[in-house]
Write a protein that binds this ligand. Structure first.
Ligand SMILES: Cc1cc2nc3c(=O)[nH]c(=O)nc-3n(C[C@H](O)[C@H](O)[C@H](O)COP(=O)(O)O)c2cc1C
Length: 177
């Protein structure tokens, strides 16, 4: 993991945090998570064109926690890279909260990918298949909330819009979907 080691409090003083942005009533321009694309260079570019909030590409939480090499190659940031949400693929509450704790000083929140339909992801229990496991998602959200000390650190989930949205939102208790 590479960064200029800026404390996120500096960032949060300078810019609104994501939850405040959504409650402001203003249009929030977001750069969605995109594997291979929404890395630091791309985020820097879209911020120049008044993007309000950027996501990293999806990062597999288990790899991120276990391997320094994965951290160095998957997550790079700098002082201007905020507000920032780090998106994880996860199917284990403990691993996700460990990953969240690692990125917490450098990001404004994490997002759980519950929308990726790719076969490899679903086979690993990540992405779109989590829509059928609201208890697991709830567990992951709770564990991150309990482990990360910063109450302004957001925890969100990204899903595909369909009929299950309403039944999914209630048990999960996330900041936004
Ligand atoms: C190249 C590419 C990579 C993507 N990678 C991710 C990803 O890592 N995580 C995710 O949740 N969605 C990913 N998506 C989906 C986008 O975040 C977004 O939801 C989708 O493109 C629909 O938004 P749009 O209508 O503005 O394109 C990806 C999409 C593209 C085109």
């Amino acid at each position: 993991m590479r960064s200029d080691s800026i404390p996120i409090t500096v960032c949060q003083e300078r810019k609104k945090d994501p939850i405040e942005m959504f409650h402001s009533g203003q249009l929030v321009k977001i750069c969605a998570p995109m594997v291979r694309y929404s890395k630091l260079a791309f985020r820097t570019l879209v911020r120049k064109y008044s993007c309000d909030l950027c996501y990293t590409p999806m990062i597999v939480a288990a790899d991120f926690v276990r391997s320094v090499k994965a951290r160095d190659s998957e997550f790079t940031t700098n002082q201007g890279d905020c507000p920032l949400i780090v998106q994880f693929a996860a199917n284990d509450a403990r691993l996700l909260s460990d990953a969240a704790q690692i990125v917490c000083p450098y990001a404004n929140g994490i997002d759980i990918n519950c929308g990726c339909p790719q076969r490899w992801a679903v086979a690993e229990g990540y992405g779109a298949c989590l829509i059928n496991k609201p208890e697991l998602v709830q567990d992951m959200v709770k564990q991150v909330r309990n482990q990360v000390e910063n109450p302004r650190f957001s925890v969100s989930v990204k899903i595909r819009c369909d009929g299950c949205k309403r039944t999914f939102i209630k048990p999960c208790n996330v900041c936004w979907i």
